[in-house]
Design a protein around this ligand. Structure first.
Ligand code: NAD
Length: 514
């Protein structure tokens, strides 16, 4: 006889909730085997979806490739109109989709809605972009010649996404790829396939309503093997992969081996420098949101606090006081600020990291342990602050949990050196009212990260800027600025409108040929 546990009951409730939301979004749910869906609220399995096999991935890519051949000929502003419709549908169903994100990832409601808002924002951005896909005219050295650049759709974009931004990352890629004239095959995280089905259903509706093929957008489900099939498919022109450095290390060379293109958005190990002149009110809010928000499960989460010796005591007093009041619990409760970790494995990694930090001479100033939450059976970590004697060992690693390591500095150059002395290069921040320090931080010899902020934390980027990082973070940029260029192929065009054929560099060859 099997006994029904409280976790089973909760998993059943969550299944019903999520299935009702998916029905509202018009999403088909491919029940089968291979992709168990889970919720970190219950820690249990909800139900199982059918994984896409290798032949299914190839077929999805071929459908997307066939559909793209027509899509690329649709004028970009008309492609933008489809993205505008997607944005409208997302706005209409914001809370419904956000609920699924909360069930799957444990994100608090306000952050889950923020994630869907980010999808809406990038749709609006992409609509504008659809009328601004410009090229350059370049001065030609030859008379009667015009030298210019034009940009063209690249083909099929494969999107591989991580669990922690289960839908926004797809939207950053897809909204821009669509207006660029590409089609998209998405392999969502195996930890968050349900919000993917909901998002894709809205795009399918936008495409069909506008008279376009739904094949422009494909979803394939499964774990890394499905990702690998996408990575190895030579019909996928660009693989945009978001996840761990380990994943990027595998994906990058595989795609390069077939001369495909990659856009890699990998792990971070982000720091904030707290200078003597810092406004401590800003520090408290900025640091606590960046370090403890999303339970430390953002690529941009703050993991290292580099604080000047003269203000260390004061800063840590404020932070530990704020940490002691952080509400941890059910992400659906509006008062909760810290939800669960994604899995029991993430709980183990949290515990192991704290243990390693203590073993390396660290002193735990806040948190340090897992806690139980009434009515839920997931894994909850107390946001943790550990004062470290030096930047070494565990501090150099990205542990995807709310652990903030404190490092002490005396000289601003030392702070910048500490900021840069990790292998990852995503995001960094300085809190200062000293203009020289602020400018130094973002100068050529300042922070070596893809994102460098002054007087705000390391997380919570806006979509208008290019998002991504350097070094082991992978070098990719997506979302705003000129990131769209990654989704297009550049053609350099020379048009000779003269009656002569002068060769470049003054080369002569058959110059008098009749
Ligand atoms: P993960 O690397 O375990 O998985 C990410 C995705 O890659 C999943 O869809 C997975 O199935 C797939 N995958 C894994 N190995 C693969 C392989 N060899 N070939 C093809 N696909 C493969 O990451 P995760 O635990 O889901 O997410 C957390 C990580 O993602 C953290 O390191 C975080 O910093 C990073 N992240 C980075 C960004 C960014 O923009 N830089 C954004 C979000 C998350």
């Amino acid at each position: 006889m099997t006994t029904t546990t409280a976790a089973d009951v909760l998993s059943l409730e969550l299944s019903e909730k999520v299935l009702a939301r998916l029905a509202t979004l018009g999403a088909a749910v491919p029940v089968g085997t291979g992709v168990p869906t889970r919720s970190p609220l219950s820690g249990g399995t909800l139900f199982e979806l059918a994984a896409t096999d290798a032949a299914g991935v190839a077929a999805a890519v071929q459908r997307a490739a066939a559909a793209q051949r027509d899509w690329r000929m649709v004028p970009a502003p008309q492609r933008g109109a489809v993205v505008r419709r997607l944005g409208e549908l997302l706005r209409e169903h914001k809370d419904t989709l956000a609920d699924i994100v909360t069930v799957e990832t444990g994100k608090i409601v306000s952050e889950a809605r923020g994630e869907v808002q980010e999808m809406i924002d990038i749709c609006e951005y992409a609509v504008g972009l659809s009328r601004q896909l410009w090229g350059r005219t370049i001065a030609s050295e030859r008379p009667g010649h015009r030298l210019s650049e034009s940009w063209h759709p690249i083909g099929v974009v494969g999107v591989i996404s991580a669990f922690n931004f289960p839908v926004a990352v797809w939207a950053w890629n897809t909204a821009v790829a669509l207006v660029c004239g590409d089609s998209v095959v998405w392999k969502p995280s195996e930890l968050a396939p349900l919000s993917a089905l909901g998002s894709a259903a809205l795009l399918e509706r936008a495409l069909v309503e506008s008279g376009h093929s739904p094949d422009i957008s494909q979803v394939v489900l499964g774990d890394r093997a499905v990702g690998e099939a996408l990575v190895d498919d030579s019909s996928v022109a660009l693989v945009s992969a978001t996840g761990s450095v380990r994943m990027g290390r595998e994906v990058g060379p595989r795609v390069a081996a077939r001369f495909g293109r990659t856009l890699l958005e990998l792990g971070g190990n982000n720091a904030a420098v707290i200078t003597p002149s810092a406004d401590l009110k800003l520090v408290t809010t900025g640091v606590v949101f960046a370090a403890a928000g999303t339970a430390g499960q953002r690529c941009t989460s703050l993991r290292r606090l580099i604080v000047h010796r003269s203000v260390k005591e004061q800063v840590l007093a404020k932070l530990t006081a704020a940490y002691s009041r952080l509400p941890i619990g059910d992400p659906f409760d509006s008062g909760t600020l810290v939800g669960p970790l994604i899995s029991a494995k993430a709980g183990d990694a949290f515990r192991a990291a704290v243990e390693a930090a203590v073993g390396q001479g660290g002193e735990v100033l806040a948190g340090g342990n897992l806690v139980a939450v009434d009515g839920l059976s997931g894994v909850f970590a107390m946001p943790t602050i550990v004062d470290m004697p030096e930047q070494a060992g565990i501090v150099l690693e990205e542990t995807f949990a709310p652990i903030l390591y404190v490092l002490t500095y005396d000289d601003f150059d030392e702070a910048i050196a500490l900021n840069n002395a990790v292998s990852q290069g995503l995001s960094a921040a300085v809190f200062t009212r000293d203009q020289q320090e602020a400018e130094r931080f973002i100068a050529d010899d300042g922070a070596d990260t893809g994102i460098a902020n002054v007087n705000i934390g390391t997380s919570g980027a806006e979509i208008g800027g290019a998002f991504g990082g350097e070094k082991e973070t992978g070098g990719g940029r997506e979302s705003g600025s000129d990131s769209w260029k990654a989704y297009m192929r550049r053609s350099t065009n020379t048009v000779n409108y003269s009656s002569a054929l002068p060769l470049a560099q003054g080369v002569t060859f058959l110059s008098d040929a009749e």
